[in-house]
Each structure stands twice: as structure tokens, then as C-alpha cells.
Design a protein around this ligand. Structure first.
Ligand SMILES: C[S@@+](CC[C@H](N)C(=O)[O-])C[C@H]1O[C@@H](n2cnc3c(N)ncnc32)[C@H](O)[C@@H]1O
Length: 312
């Protein structure tokens, strides 16, 4: 396997947002190459603790190597949706900060055999965790046309979603679609030549398949509230997203955690009894500087939002 090389996005901004103090306990839910984890670990002091998770075994190996000099940092292969279990197993009740930097790492995209890229030929895989059973090829082979249309439209914002889905269904009746370039070609043929905008049309379809294959939106929606629940007083949750649907989930969840009251607006006092968990630190998301985007074009769509648990 080639060297694991991923440039951390919004590295300083995200790590600063966590307000790390020596002796604190931190969780990085998406270790990747360990870039953010390294910055956290360097600020912990001897008494602090860092638990870093990733569902991808190549990332776990890379992050473990990167953090080898920090005895108080541990990398665990786990889906961040199961972070509760990982903390419970270690007897950790509350943490002082949590970071999520969701999406894919550069090696996942760049290594042809992972099947994430429409530019390199490889098996149509796209599983971040290769122990999971559902691959992108299974989705392409088995989903009915209207489900394919929905995911291309919702997760890829693809306006020719139906045409592409219908074309896939016709092609798969002739022969199985098992490789990335096979699919990229079918997508390209389905989109009218005059309407090709914003680069290769397969880009959006591949993004949609990746999100579906790895249940990325469901996992995020299921986890944000529980993560806030597990923060110590004053603790912070920082989340970097790369897709507008992800950002919307985070924005909405943070807003509801800040103001969960469900009483009608004309009630003079709150009777629903729901209490705020804390405050949204970032009214507007933090985005990368122009300089960062120039140096690393993959940072361009990143948005960082931060929530702070209230002091008791
Ligand atoms: C953008 S990279 C993280 C990069 C990292 N912050 C760094 O500085 O190197 C995203 C990582 O999150 C992992 N990931 C995505 N969804 C996950 C999930 N539900 N649970 C655990 N890891 C996940 C991916 O495997 C990938 O390695």
C-alpha cells in the first residue's frame, strides 16, 4: 500500500476551537492520517488522554504510526457512531472535547483499488470499512431505478439523476457493472453533451454512492446529540463537514441543543421543560482561507461548526 498522505483541513481552526487543556480527555471520531489527532495529543500534557477512532483499517494504521510518540493517545478501529461503547469500555464517563472531520481521506480517493474515484480504474467498492458487506457495486446492481434516482438527486445534487439511473438499469441488464470506469462511462453517456457542467458528471454520482454506501448522513444524524450528551461541562464538540446536507444536519442539531423549547411562541413561560444543553459557538461556520483552498483544493467545501456544553 502506498504511503498514507492526507492534509488536515482547518487544522488550526478546529484544534483551537476545542480549547484543549493539559490533563483533558479528548475524542477524535475520524482519525484519518492522524493530523488533527497529532495536534490534540501535542497539547495534552502527561495527564491528558486522547482516543482516536476510524472505521478504515488503513487509517487506523496510519494514525497509530503518527501518534506513536504519545503514550496517552490510543487509536481504535471503530465507527464513531459507536463512540459510547468505546468510552464505556475505557471507563470514561465524560470528555472535554470531541472532533469530527467527516468525509473521505485523500488515500481513500486516490487509491484505485478502494473504488472511490471515477478517474482511476478499480473495483466499484467505496466501503470505508471493508468488513461491511454493502459495496457501491451492490447498490448499482440491486437498487431499483427510483432509489438510485433519489440518492443521485439528494446526495449528489445531480439534475440528470433519473436519466442516469435509467441508463444504469438498462446497462446492468446486459452485463454487470463492476468497475469505476465502467460506471463513469455509463454516467457520461447518460448526460446530454450540451449539459455537462461543473466537470465530469460522474463526480456527483460517485459522491452520492459513497454517502449511501457508508450511511454517512444517518450516522451523523444519530450521533451529534449523543456526543453533546457525553461532553463535560464547558466541553466542546467541533465538526467539519464537506457537504451541504451534512452541514445542515449539524447546524440543526446544534440549534435544537441550544434551544430545545417546543412551547408555542406566544406562551409567556416555558412549560415543555426542555433545557438548553449549551451554546452554539459558531453563529456562522468557519471556512478555510483562500490560501488554504489554493494549497489544498479538497478543503474548498469545508465548514466547521462548534458547540459548547453549558457549565453546570
Ligand atoms: C477527512 S478524513 C479525517 C482526516 C483527519 N482529521 C486528519 O487530520 O488526518 C475522514 C476519516 O473519517 C473516517 N470516517 C468516516 N466516517 C466514519 C465513521 N462513521 N466512523 C469512523 N470513521 C469514519 C474515514 O475513514 C476517514 O479516514
Amino acid at each position: 500500500m502506498s504511503e498514507f498522505s492526507h492534509v488536515s483541513v482547518l487544522r488550526n481552526e478546529a484544534v483551537e476551537a476545542l480549547k484543549i487543556f493539559p490533563g483533558g480527555v479528548y475524542l477524535d471520531g475520524t482519525a484519518g492520517g492522524g493530523g488533527h489527532s497529532y495536534e490534540i495529543a501535542s497539547r495534552l500534557g502527561a495527564e491528558g488522554r486522547l482516543i482516536s477512532l476510524d472505521r478504515d483499517e488503513a487509517a487506523v494504521a496510519a494514525a497509530s504510526a503518527r501518534l506513536a510518540d504519545f503514550p496517552n493517545a490510543e487509536v481504535v478501529r471503530a465507527n464513531y457512531e459507536n463512540f459510547d461503547r468505546v468510552l464505556d469500555e475505557r471507563g470514561i464517563a465524560l470528555v472535554d472535547g470531541i472532533l469530527l472531520d467527516i468525509g473521505v481521506s485523500s488515500p481513500q480517493i486516490d487509491e484505485a483499488e478502494r473504488g472511490f474515484s471515477y478517474m482511476h480504474d478499480g473495483p466499484l467498492d467505496m466501503r470505508m470499512d471493508r468488513d461491511e458487506s454493502l459495496s457501491a457495486a451492490d447498490i448499482i446492481a440491486d437498487y431499483p431505478a427510483d432509489e438510485l434516482t433519489r440518492i443521485f438527486r439528494e446526495y449528489g445534487e445531480e439534475r440528470f439523476a433519473k436519466r442516469i439511473a435509467d441508463r444504469i438499469v438498462r446497462e446492468r441488464e446486459k452485463a454487470p457493472i463492476g468497475t469505476t470506469l465502467q460506471l463513469a462511462k455509463i454516467v457520461e453517456q447518460a448526460v446530454p453533451a450540451a449539459k455537462k457542467r461543473d466537470g465530469h458528471p460522474a463526480k456527483r454520482v460517485f459522491q452520492a454512492l459513497r454517502i449511501e454506501c457508508n450511511r454517512e448522513l444517518d450516522i451523523l444524524s444519530n450521533t451529534v446529540d449523543r456526543m453533546i450528551g457525553r461532553l463535560a461541562p464547558g466541553g466542546r464538540l467541533a465538526i467539519i463537514t464537506f457537504h451541504s446536507l451534512e452541514d445542515r444536519i449539524v447546524k440543526q442539531a446544534f440549534r435544537t441543543q441550544e434551544d430545545p423549547c417546543t412551547c408555542p411562541p406566544d406562551f409567556p413561560v416555558c412549560v415543555c421543560g426542555k433545557v438548553s444543553a449549551g451554546r452554539v459557538v459558531t453563529r456562522k461556520p468557519v471556512v478555510p482561507t483562500e490560501e488554504e483552498c489554493k494549497a489544498n483544493p479538497r478543503a474548498a467545501s469545508a465548514k466547521l461548526r462548534v458547540f459548547e456544553k453549558k457549565q453546570q
